[in-house]
Design a protein around this ligand. Sequence first.
Ligand code: URA
Length: 205
Amino acid sequence: MDGLISLCNEIKGCKKCDLHLSRKTAVCGIGDRTAEVMIVGEAPGSNEDQTGVPFVGRSGKLLDKMLIEANLPRSRVYITNAVRCRPKIGRTPKITEIRKCTPFLSKEIETVGPVLIIPMGNSALKSIGIILKMNFGRISEAWKSIYHVNGMFILPQFHPAAILRNPKLFHIMKDRFELIRSFRDDIKNGKSMDYLGEKYGIIKI
Ligand code: URA
């Protein structure tokens, strides 16, 4: 069976934390199974809990807009979450919940093999940090950097829900997605690591 299908079956049946008690459905990753770009969100909200599809609510609409700006329609990326079941209204996932869910994200990264990972918000950043055994700190600082770790580029980004709460952050998100567009073009055009490092100030780990 396809690795991502069996992983999704595992996610749907997962009872490793109490979030399974209140979920309608667990939400699996979706998109291009060989995508160069992987987007990682926090956890399903109410629309995602109902539909089983990531980013279909208000945050999802904003994300779709940004992806189009970056010339990256949904069909060309893989979209997933740090946590697969909806936490109670409005609360962020606990670190214990993130830890228990992180092996699913790890398996997705291994299977899809993205070149660029965009963790959106603190929960996604923590989950990627657990996988790569490093501490990226808080998104409020980390969004300014591009990291090169284990052959992948990590480009942290504010979560769309944070932008909806604080529209002053909107231009930051828009600029970052424009940068993602040019960064991808440079990678596609075979630019060297030296060139990328100089142009984007990449932090190599
Ligand atoms: N917010 C997220 O982080 N993930 C979703 O899937 C939906 C909203």
